[in-house]
Write a protein that binds this ligand. Structure first.
Ligand code: DAH
Length: 469
């Protein structure tokens, strides 16, 4: 829909932008104006905006979402669920409302699908935090309230077995309203409530079959992961305990389900223990912030970012100063689903082949049985960058990925940089990428692969003025 063209920016660098062929684009039934300098969303991405895999109850992503929602709400039913937000959001929702600085790399066009200057495909579910905080603001009778949001999110990214331009996240948040102490009580009621809430989550954790071991040396807080002034030390301590135990409960539930199914199937690599560790992190809308990693099959996997919500966000959502404290987390669903269901390639999650979809049922964690393995066939593309474009970052790798994705779609399994060097005399830079063509459901012919490769090569020449080698 948008053939790409190179323009020269004032800085003298080439960048890839889309040439406007249509003045409007329709996404989820709404028309958006496009902008030749900004629009980089493509037809193939727009087609994925209606799939909502997270809502399909017999799809691995839907099954996982449901499992986590049920577990979290089994404690005391605090979380209101919002799973129907549409993927087009404003730059305000995705970035400004969360305090992203104007020059934050997350805003860059090489990483994000823009529709025009003000609208984009959300890059994370945090884009809906502000709106959800507004929605629960008037649950005034409760000291505690919260929400869970699940949705598809979009990022321009590399191509391999674990990256797809669309994936799914779940966002969660809990807030407590600061209330005064009852007469004769030692502590304000909300502090007593948080203590009780922590005990409840701990009770749930203690019920799990394989107990989780936690490694956490992120406390005391360091200068680079500071607490907010409006919160007392006690509040930070209690709020982060509740956050961490709640996130551990998710991890514990999901991986215990997996371990039980491995035990049932007598899998020989069944883990005997479940280890997680906390590390310090930074997010513009939480302070302090952390990430949790789980030890799974010999490596640490990053699962989830989280932290205590910054007061600015709550103020923007209409809360009175110092009225409320709370936490938020954001969890990627697809990679966890892949390991739970033993799905070897992320493209399978998007397959409409019944041999895939018929294998899963609501509420059950089962291992995916490969129905066929079609051989891949790789082709290398090697090229010299134009003389005035020696720095590889001026041809952003994500732009190259996007060209390949647009031409070959799900017929590409991976794209890897296999070589790059600078000619000692001329100073020209050469790059070589290996594209592995492989279909999930059929054999590709050589002629078909050659035709795709030819198209990729000529598009590269056309869009980047590279010289093929
Ligand atoms: N939105 C973040 C991401 O996509 C994840 C995240 C981190 C969400 C911290 C949160 C949070 O709500 O508090 O990487």
């Amino acid at each position: 829909m948008f053939p790409n063209r190179i323009i020269r920016t004032r800085a003298g660098l080439y960048r890839l932008y889309s040439t406007l062929k249509v003045p409007h684009v329709e996404i989820n039934g709404i028309n958006y104006k496009t902008d030749p300098k900004i629009t980089n969303v493509t037809d193939s991405i727009i087609k994925l905006t209606g799939r909502s895999l997270h809502l399909k109850e017999s799809h691995p992503v839907g099954i996982l979402r449901d499992l986590i929602e049920k577990k979290l709400n089994s404690v005391d039913n605090t979380f209101k669920i919002f799973n129907n937000f549409k993927p087009v959001v404003t730059t305000m929702e995705n970035f400004d409302s969360l305090g992203f600085p104007k020059d934050h790399p997350g805003r860059s066009k090489s990483d994000t699908y823009y529709i025009n200057e003000t609208h984009l495909l959300r890059t994370h579910t945090s884009a809906h935090e502000l709106e959800c905080f507004e929605k629960i603001r008037n649950d005034a009778d409760n000291i505690k309230s919260g929400f869970l949001i699940s949705a598809d999110v979009y990022r321009r990214d590399e191509i391999d077995k674990t990256h797809y331009p669309v994936f799914h996240q779940m966002e969660g948040a809990t807030i407590w309203r600061r209330t005064k102490a009852n007469e004769g009580a030692k502590e304000p009621t909300y502090i007593e409530k948080i203590r009780e809430d922590i005990r409840q989550v701990e009770d749930q954790l203690n019920k799990e079959n394989v107990k989780i071991t936690v490694d956490d040396d992120t406390i005391p807080l360091k200068e680079y992961n500071p607490k907010q002034e409006y919160m007392s030390d006690l509040e930070v301590d209690l709020c982060s305990q509740h956050l961490k135990r709640s996130v551990e409960l998710i991890v514990s539930e999901v991986f215990n389900k997996k371990i039980s199914s491995m035990v049932k199937n007598k899998a020989n690599n069944t883990p005997k223990e479940l280890k997680v560790r906390w590390i310090n992190a930074y997010f513009p809308w939480t302070a302090p912030s952390w990430e949790i990693e789980v030890w799974w099959q010999g490596e640490w996997l990053e699962l989830c970012g989280c932290g205590l919500i910054r007061q600015d966000v709550l103020l923007r959502a209409g809360y009175k100063p110092s009225e409320t404290i709370g936490w938020a987390f954001g969890l990627g669903l697809d990679r966890i689903a892949m390991l739970l269901f033993e799905i070897p390639d992320i493209r399978l999650l998007w397959s409409s082949d019944e041999r895939f979809s018929k294998q899963f049922s609501k509420g059950l964690i089962t291992s995916f049985k490969p129905y066929s393995k079609h051989p891949g066939s790789f082709r290398d593309v090697a090229f010299w960058l134009p003389k005035d474009k020696l720095d590889v970052h001026q041809v952003h790798e994500n732009d190259l990925m996007e060209i390949i994705r647009n031409i070959a779609g799900d017929l590409v399994e991976s794209v890897k940089l296999v070589d790059s060097f600078t000619h000692p005399k001329t100073g020209r830079k050469s790059m070589c990428y290996r594209i592995n063509y492989q279909s999930m459901d059929r054999n590709l012919t050589n002629a078909e692969v050659n035709a795709l490769q030819d198209m990729v090569c000529s598009k590269l020449v056309k869009d980047y003025s590279v010289e093929l080698r």
